[in-house]
Ligand binder design. Structure first.
Ligand SMILES: [Zn+2]
Length: 266
């Protein structure tokens, strides 16, 4: 490794750590967006409740049908939250890559072009990629929304049948959302970090000074994690853990992965 590569790697590692902090904020944002549907549901439950604070049994089917609207909104808010997370990350990632390259090698080494097209390519890659589960991002959001609705369905049906008071039901609904929070966070960690690595890689594809990407395993530091395996392999004869910028296997080694990339120079 040359001095310049070492310096550049340090800057890219710092930028990746900065993205880790941004990702924590993005998780909170996405959880908050989807939580809006909990407030909508509570409003709905209040509309259905009689004066005694319970929901009449005769209204159970209509109310459960109305849950479809809640599921729709989980999908809608979830999709729009994830879209903005990915766009924000793409812009952050390509700008950080350019800044690190310029700081290490000088202005002439930068791309010095508009990043709109590159950022759009990152977005398109992330939302269209098929994961190992055979699903694209929108499928995963739909699945999550469907699971939440199923849980809500159970809680509300049994609350009405037992003539349970609204306060208890609202607390149970809160429980369903709290239990599903990890799914939203996992989506934001997975998709956000994929967007970040894709931004680094797509930037590298355009750059004349970058010849390869080195992958560094994520925080989990598990020998069985794909990112660790990739970081120890020399699959292209380019060196240990070094890959061409087009090698998509390093863009998202596994769900919840926080591995990051640094550049090998020409
Ligand atoms: Zn990993």
């Amino acid at each position: 490794m040359t001095d310049n590569e070492r310096k550049l790697a340090e800057l890219l590692e710092k930028a990746a750590a900065g993205y880790g902090k941004l990702n924590a904020k993005q998780q909170k944002f996405a959880v908050g967006e989807i939580d809006r549907t909990r407030l909508e549901l509570i409003e709905l439950l209040n509309e259905y409740a009689g004066k005694d604070g319970t929901i009449p049994r005769g209204r159970v089917n209509t109310l459960l049908r109305d849950l479809a609207g809640i599921e729709d909104n989980i999908r809608k808010y979830g999709t729009s939250a994830l879209d903005s997370v990915i766009k924000e990350t793409a812009a952050y990632g390509t700008a950080a890559a350019e800044a690190a390259v310029v700081k290490t090698l000088g202005d002439s080494a930068g791309l010095g072009i508009s990043f709109n097209r590159m950022n759009a390519d990152v977005f398109s890659y992330v939302v269209n990629r098929f994961d190992t589960d055979g699903l694209v991002l929108s499928d995963r959001i739909w699945r999550m929304a469907g699971e939440t609705r199923d849980e809500l369905n159970k809680v509300i049906r049994s609350a009405i049948i037992r003539g349970q008071d609204l306060k208890t039901t609202v607390a149970q609904v809160r429980g369903v959302y709290a239990n599903d929070t990890w799914k939203i966070k996992r989506l934001v960690v997975t998709e956000g970090n994929t967007a970040y690595r894709a931004a680094d890689a797509i930037y590298a594809q355009k750059s004349d000074v970058v010849s390869g990407l080195q992958i560094h395993r994520g925080k989990a530091d598990r020998p069985d994690h794909k990112c660790t395996v990739l970081s120890l392999a020399d699959s292209y004869g380019m060196g240990t853990g070094v890959y061409p910028a087009t090698a998509t296997e390093i863009y998202n080694p596994h769900p919840n992965c926080t591995s990051f990339l640094t550049y090998v120079l020409t």
